[in-house]
Design a protein around this ligand. Structure first.
Ligand code: AMP
Ligand code: MG
Length: 389
């Protein structure tokens, strides 16, 4: 049976960054990935700019100066500053020609049309020089940048009315199981509500993918076949349930009939061993086990890296070391990925009642990796974890 890292590499061999789309500037750009380097179309600031409310002066002109004008933010003057002159200036306003310093108004004594400086001005003080933030043609936002609110502000500064972003992969989510009912139905007998469908759709959307279908089908090969067929227009199909070896686990067989090229089926891990990955035409197909925690862990280990790469981002599959805050003893028959919580001081595994419960995940922000076999670690030891975000 294949190990997790090898299975992840196989997934990555089947994905590449999506094509470029141009979208209008606005809040819709948030969380998208920039698809091409964005350069400055002009210097910023475009002029030598005052960073203070005060007086524009010529440094070395002496401490008593005549005030000859006013420049508010958004204003300008074409009059040059002559020797022993000052101009009233406000934050953000352009310096007049000849001025090379701004003196804060707090450091000035005003006497009618004159000012008295308490200290001699230094060249460049309180001035943001033209081009000091960015120079024309600088790459300000490189390809691959994730658009957060600060980036949105920069895009506005740069005047990007349309933004080149990586196309979002489309995702269909198909929950399978005859025991499942929708959220608005009351389960009777041994029925349960379909929690994987919304959870997986939410995970996919959180990664930045576009969820175009979220369906629920019973363990019926005919209905399964038509539901899967209907989802094959999407870039990624994520199934939950029915991938194991039970009599009602029809997913592998139906996928095979529809032309699945299997890349792997079963991975040496816990939870989530029955996981399946393959392709049908251009669609990546992930079959996640139905147990909610298994589905969650398999999504993080296999689906998320694929979606991130398709979105022009790094797959984030490398575990990082975190310091345990408590002693930890375990015995697992396979390498195990358990819900855990990283605090500012370290990590601790969360209580976990088996793969059928997702309650532990509400608090989790990481998966902690445990090796197969007996494992003992003390508080303060470093253990590998995969952050969930
Ligand atoms: P399966 O992988 O189909 O054998 O399902 C394993 C377990 O997960 C069973 O107990 C199912 O009832 C449960 N399960 C399967 N699909 C879902 C789902 N969509 N939501 C919640 N539980 C599920
Ligand atoms: Mg099932």
């Amino acid at each position: 049976m294949i190990d997790v890292p090898a299975a992840q590499q196989l997934v990555l061999q089947h994905v590449r960054c999506g094509s470029t789309a141009s979208i209008p500037f606005g809040l819709g750009c948030l969380d998208r990935t920039i698809a091409a380097d964005i350069r400055a179309e002009q210097d910023s600031p475009a002029f030598d700019k005052s960073m203070m409310d005060g007086y524009a002066v010529r440094a070395g002109d002496g401490n008593r100066l005549r005030v000859v004008g006013v420049i508010p933010a958004g204003g300008a003057t074409s009059d040059p500053l002559l020797p022993h002159e000052a101009m009233r200036i406000f934050t953000g306003a352009p310096l007049p020609l000849g001025a090379d310093a701004v003196v804060k108004q707090e450091d000035v004594q005003r006497e009618q049309d004159h000012i008295q400086l308490s200290q001699t001005a230094r060249v460049g003080q309180n001035i943001l020089r033209r081009g000091s933030d960015m120079k024309i043609d600088d790459v300000v936002l490189p390809q691959g940048t994730l658009i957060n609110p600060a980036v949105l502000g920069l895009l506005a500064t740069l005047g990007c009315t349309t933004v080149p972003v990586v196309q979002r992969p489309t995702v269909s989510v198909l929950a399978t199981g005859s025991e499942l009912v929708a959220v608005n139905q009351k389960p009777v007998g041994s029925q349960i509500r379909n929690s994987n469908g919304p959870m997986i759709a939410g995970l996919a959307q959180s990664c930045g993918a576009e969820v175009i279908n979220e369906l629920l089908v019973p363990d019926d090969p005919t209905r399964l076949r038509s539901a899967i067929s209907a989802c094959l227009t999407s870039d990624v199909l994520i199934l939950s349930g029915g991938v194991s070896v039970g009599d009602y686990d029809h997913v592998p067989k139906v996928l095979a009939e529809l032309g699945l090229v299997t890349v792997f089926h079963q991975v040496n891990m816990k939870p989530g061993k029955p996981v399946l990955f393959g392709t049908i035409g251009g669609t990546l197909v992930f079959g996640l086990p139905g147990n909610p925690l298994s589905a969650f862990v398999c999504f993080h280990l296999f689906v998320r890296p694929a979606l991130l790469v398709m979105l022009g981002r790094s797959p984030q599959i490398t575990p990082i070391p975190a310091q345990l805050t408590i002693d930890c003893h375990s015995k697992h028959d396979r390498p195990t990925y358990a819900p855990a919580k990283i605090h500012s001081i370290g990590v601790e595994p969360l209580p976990w009642q088996g793969s059928s419960t997702i309650r532990a995940l509400v608090e989790a922000n990481a998966l902690q990796l445990f090796p197969a076999g007996e494992f003992h670690a003390k508080a303060g030891d470093h253990v590998p974890v995969l952050p969930l975000k």
